[in-house]
Design a protein around this ligand. Structure first.
Ligand SMILES: Cc1ncc(COP(=O)(O)O)c(C=O)c1O
Length: 404
């Protein structure tokens, strides 16, 4: 934790906990590094589903070419915050109302998930125009990945054999312009594997388009850049990926490549800060019961990993009895929920952990608060804080709000 962040966390009161602290300065620097690593012919969108916190989106807006949204809710949210943002609307199961909303909003791209969805768009379009990408599920062995959305039978996108029917439909509808294809096949790929996947996708896409006499303008290869919770410092190698893309794009001189990463952009800027409520020993195993839990930070339960954390000691102990503590032993960090699944980290060695100490979980900026089951057990919601060095130097503080 960098000193400014530690200072900000230190100024949270116990009543503020649990708290999400988003380091906007770190985010700005990170997305700048990403942008700088990518070749010019790459357009960078941010997948808003990873974290749609308003101030995060506003910081990103200055560095990305647009946003990928996957629901009418995300569309209204992003448009409401950044009215000029180019938006690509994707995701399975778009309702009729959402498609009308997207067409009315004039989204920059519609990612078409199925022939039925394309028919629905053509029926709703009227005299409007829309640019589409057909989402494809290419059969391939993706190897060991954290999350495979395609490659095998899946509800995402279309098998390549189904695309010709879509081409016929598009040819018969002058309001629909096909710009290219979209393939988000997996999450959890390192730079080398991600480059190899992009290479395969672009080769397939150009061959597919060539065979059909299609003028392919763009390919969106989705997101999925690896975030390694077991090794927080092993950040996706954007410069190696960028170099790989430069080599690949040299073989596709007329293509624009789009990326729409989510987790790899925002995971690192988020911290979930809480406090040890109790330390218990059960048949020799130590458990730290924390304020909050997976109803605020579901990521470790969803992905079955140990969420990395730092202990922030708090020496104040106002009680007359001995302070419960664990020393030089593995401790399992659990939340307040009445379920054995409420585990944030399992049997992690700690030097010393006491009731009242604070725990700051790192890498809590993506698929964290927004994928959590907030209502379970009706505990209070966390408070939210944003640290922005630029803003702090002007105002002397950070922006804070409590969700109702
Ligand atoms: C279509 C699509 N694009 C982009 C993303 C972002 O993926 P990630 O957060 O792994 O980068 C997802 C995630 O599910 C997705 O479904």
């Amino acid at each position: 934790m960098r000193p400014a962040l530690l200072d900000r966390v230190g100024r949270l009161t116990d009543d503020d906990l649990p708290a999400y602290v988003y380091d906007l300065s770190a985010l700005r620097e990170h997305v700048h590094t990403i942008r700088a690593a990518l070749p010019e012919r790459v357009e960078l969108l941010y997948a808003a589903k990873a974290n749609s916190d308003p101030r995060i989106l506003q910081v990103l807006a200055g560095h990305v070419d647009g946003f990928e949204v996957a629901s009418g809710g995300e569309l209204s949210h992003v448009r409401g915050l950044i009215s000029s943002a180019p938006i690509a609307f994707g995701g399975p199961g778009k309702t009729q109302a959402e498609l009308v909303q997207a067409l009315d909003a004039g989204v920059e791209r519609l990612h078409i998930e199925s022939e039925h969805e394309l028919l629905l768009v053509s029926a709703l379009l009227g005299d409007r125009l829309t640019d589409v990408l057909l989402r494809v599920n290419l059969p391939m062995d993706l190897g060991q990945v954290a999350l495979a959305m395609g490659g095998h039978p899946s509800p995402f996108g279309m098998d390549p054999e189904r695309l010709d029917r879509c081409l016929e439909l598009i040819a018969s509808h002058p309001g629909i312009r096909l710009l290219g294809v979209h393939l988000h096949l997996a999450s959890g790929l390192r730079a080398e594997a991600q480059s190899a996947l992009v290479d395969k996708i672009l080769t397939w896409a150009e061959d597919w388009a060539h065979e059909r006499g299609i003028d392919l303008a763009e390919v969106n290869v989705g997101g999925g850049m690896d975030v390694d919770y077991a090794h927080p410092h092993k950040v996706f190698d954007w410069s190696a990926f960028g170099a790989g893309l430069r080599r690949i794009l040299a073989r596709h001189p007329h293509l624009t490549l789009r990326l729409e990463p989510g987790r790899s952009v925002t995971a690192y800027c988020g911290w979930y800060v809480t406090q040890v409520l109790d330390i218990k020993f059960s048949r020799g195993s130590a458990f730290a019961v924390l304020r909050g839990g997976t109803h605020h930070l579901r990521t470790p339960a969803a992905k079955l990993h140990d969420q990395p954390f730092e202990v922030i000691p708090d020496d104040a102990w106002p009680r007359p009895w001995d302070r419960p503590e664990a020393r030089d032993e593995p401790v399992t960090l659990v939340g307040q929920l009445c379920t054995p699944k409420d585990v944030l980290a399992r049997r992690v060695m700690v030097e010393r952990l006491r009731v009242g100490d604070r725990i700051a979980f790192a890498m809590a900026g993506a698929y964290a608060w927004n994928i959590s089951h907030h209502a379970f057990l009706m505990h209070p919601r966390p408070t939210f804080h944003h640290l922005d060095d630029v803003e702090a130097s002007v105002t002397g503080d950070t922006y804070t709000h409590r969700l109702s």
